[in-house]
Design a binder for this molecule. Structure first.
Ligand code: ADP
Ligand code: MG
Length: 323
């Protein structure tokens, strides 16, 4: 339903978006995750027709955002990073104005305003001036504006930034409600936030898409099955000798506790689970395996690694290592 093809944005000589391509399917919540300056807002501004791209194409339900902006924009509601609120208007005045701009037929206007204010819990402040509202309420007004017209796709740029924890929870609840009937794309530089509400995560770093999948697959694909840690009663040499006969072995690190015990942190070469192989290898040699634990790579670690420009390919095999 949204196709972004080979998007490039240069600000002068600065490459802010670097050949970005992805597809957004209907009915899911997508998260653009990336540190500040990654290019999230620039991408969203281009997708919503607020900013021209240097190269590339954005299709919204088949409509080119540049060639058929009206048809494309009708499918989208957008809450930019700095919502364009008119501070001297009341909430109701502003939303009525937004409904007119969106060309919502006057017969539907009242009903929609009511529905949107109910969803964003703005009924009690509808007569208040926007300038007198708290940051949390202002954000809800921005959200209400994005939802008006009930477009298929709702795009929210850092919807919870600068809010207190209670306000964050409220906005997240609203996003979840919206997700029942809409495709939602939101951006954030906070992993926990994206994991909490998104079905699909796209990690953006330096204007590039460095990884994308659902949270579970991201952990599996990039983190593999992580590292297996064992503790055995043996010498480091004995452990190395036994490990060298274990199929699928990758890199290993050893700690000699000098009391007859050795700890080894072991990676499997293709990320597979080698716990059983380890058990039988040590048992076969009569070496007591005292501990065996698998530590999974967390999404947090993946995010940090990917956004520090230190990309680990899932296919990358580390053979041999220390053994
Ligand atoms: P994000 O939303 O992920 O924090 P942005 O899209 O705002 O990232 O910015 C991407 C990069 O482009 C940053 O390095 C930023 O400094 C730069 N940038 C953003 N807007 C402009 C602009 N109007 N002029 C020049 N550089 C910009
Ligand atoms: Mg931004």
């Amino acid at each position: 339903m949204i196709e972004v093809q080979n998007l490039v944005k240069m600000y002068g000589k600065h490459l802010a978006v670097d050949h970005l391509s992805f597809t957004i399917e209907k009915g899911q919540v997508y998260g653009f995750l990336g540190p500040n300056g990654a290019g999230k807002s620039t991408t969203m501004n281009i997708m919503t027709g607020y900013l021209g791209a240097t190269e590339g194409k954005v299709l919204i339900n088949g409509h080119d955002i540049l060639k058929e902006p009206e048809a494309a924009k009708r499918c989208i509601g957008y809450l930019p990073e700095q919502p364009p609120l008119y501070m001297e208007m009341t909430v109701l005045e502003y939303l009525t104005f937004a409904a007119e701009l969106k060309k919502i037929p006057s017969s539907e206007r009242e009903g929609q305003l009511k529905a949107v204010m109910e969803l964003t819990k703005l009924q009690d402040v509808s007569m208040r001036l926007i300038q007198n509202l708290s940051k949390g309420y202002k954000q809800r007004v921005g959200l209400a504006q994005a939802i008006l017209g009930f477009p298929e796709i709702i795009i929210l740029d850092e919807p919870t930034v600068g809010l207190d924890p209670k306000q964050i929870i409220e906005i997240r609840e609203m996003i979840r409600k919206l997700a029942k009937n809409h495709t939602v794309i939101l951006s954030s530089h906070i992993l926990a936030e994206v994991r909490e509400v998104c079905d699909y995560i796209m990690i953006i770093s330096g204007g590039k898409l460095v990884a994308s999948d659902n949270p579970e697959n991201l952990e599996k694909k990039i983190g593999g099955d992580g590292v297996t840690e064992i503790q055995v009663r043996a010498t480091v040499e004995e452990v190395k000798e036994i490990l060298s006969g274990v199929p699928g072995m990758g890199k290993a690190e050893f700690t000699d506790h000098k009391n007859g015990l050795v700890t080894a942190k072991i990676e499997s070469s293709a990320g597979q689970d080698i716990r059983e192989e380890l058990f039988f290898a040590f048992a076969g040699k009569g070496v007591p395996l005292l501990e065996l634990t698998r530590t999974k790579t967390t999404l947090e670690e993946i995010f940090l690694e990917l956004t520090q420009g230190n990309i680990v390919e899932s296919e990358e095999q580390i053979d041999g290592g220390d053994i």
